[in-house]
Write a protein that binds this ligand. Structure first.
Ligand code: HEM
Length: 324
């Protein structure tokens, strides 16, 4: 009897400890996580990202977006990278035919597996690659907390429900960033949207906005040449820069564009459309340091969303599939 009750006590302690681990998961992350287990992890990622961005500037934007689309769907767990599951996140509406950068991540993962087998998670690679992309394009740097682990599932339903579409109005955008325990503030949302200072969007995502009242008419007319009003598969994928002023530089021009009604997406211009976020946009447009500091803070918060830590999940050997 005594030993049975001891076993019960031990199990109880294990359960309570596991629950504490899960609830305080983001507090477990540490910027020195790989210092001993894989000291060259961060430099390997940085070198690969710099090479990829030097080859194609847009890749920096694609890698940053990949991290956002990972974190907003069941947390930063590399679920977006799994393509071995039918109906995974890559097939969800916001992602299909749109997400890029998988090859760069696979290449980094292969190098890290050779250096330190099954040590560096795909989720951490995504997080660091996003930071290094911003730096490579002239943006701010920040210290990345590390120690995320990788999910064993991908969640297409979550991708469809949790990633904001470009048709969202301001209230919907604020709600999308603040809900589901994300607790990202309105300022975080406006700052993170500044990621649209780099990268490109397909005609299908901004066609309707070109016909709206709150867009500069010269800007709209110039976009109409490659993105005519009539829906057509021949023009749907035509690209335009999200920041018409400095498309490949991570600066605060995105916000100045909004002041002159040159936001590319409906959701972009919603941030400056006589609403509660106008003052934040004005501040970021006139004060580059205020933007870069708010962006770095918000990126760390986004990167800390619901990580798997400790013994949760796994360290995938290949980012695109669960370990067999
Ligand atoms: C505020 C809500 C947001 C909406 C509605 C939104 C929507 C979109 C859309 C529709 C595109 C174009 C996709 C395509 O045509 O294939 C895009 C591109 C992009 N988004 Fe967002 N986004 C949002 C927030 C964010 C955040 C928080 C980040 C990162 C921190 C981000 C980073 C990017 C980047 C860098 C691109 C360009 C990607 C490339 O060129 O490959 N977006 N976004």
């Amino acid at each position: 009897m005594a030993s049975a009750s001891n076993n019960f006590l031990i199990s109880l302690v294990v359960v309570v400890a596991a629950a504490a681990l899960a609830s305080g998961a983001s507090a477990q992350l540490s910027s020195t996580f790989y210092d001993t287990s894989c000291p060259n992890a961060l430099s390997t990622i940085r070198t690969a990202v710099n090479a990829a961005v030097a080859q194609e500037a847009r890749m920096g934007a694609s890698l940053l977006r990949l991290h956002f689309h990972d974190c907003f769907v069941q947390g930063c767990d590399a679920s977006v990278l799994l393509n071995d599951t039918n109906g995974g996140e890559q097939n969800a509406i916001p992602n299909a035919g749109s997400l890029r950068g998988f090859g760069v991540i696979d290449n980094i993962k292969a190098q890290l597996e050779a250096l330190c087998p099954q040590t560096v998670s795909c989720a951490d690679i995504l997080t660091v690659a996003a930071r290094d992309s911003v730096v490579a394009l002239g943006g701010p740097s920040w210290t990345v907390p590390l120690g995320r682990r990788d999910s064993t599932n991908s969640n297409a339903t979550g991708a469809n429900s949790d990633l904001p579409p470009p048709s969202f109005n301001l209230d919907q955008l604020i709600n999308s960033f603040g809900n589901n325990n994300k607790n990202l503030t309105v300022t975080d949302m406006v700052a993170l949207s500044g990621a649209h200072t780099i990268g490109q969007a397909r005609c299908t995502t901004f066609r309707d906005h070109l016909g709206e009242a709150n867009i500069n008419s010269t800007f709209a007319a110039s976009l109409r040449t490659s993105c005519p009003a009539a829906q057509s598969t021949s023009t749907d994928n035509n690209l335009a820069p999200l920041d018409v002023t400095t498309p490949n530089t991570f600066d605060n021009a995105y916000y100045s564009n909004l002041l002159s009604q040159r936001g590319l997406l409906h959701s972009d211009q919603e941030l400056f459309n006589n609403g509660s976020t106008d003052s934040i946009v004005r501040n970021f447009a006139s004060n580059a340091a205020a933007f870069t500091s708010a962006f770095a803070t918000a990126m760390v918060k986004m990167g800390n969303l619901q990580p798997l830590t400790g013994t949760q999940g796994q360290i995938r050997r290949n980012c695109w599939r669960v370990n067999s």
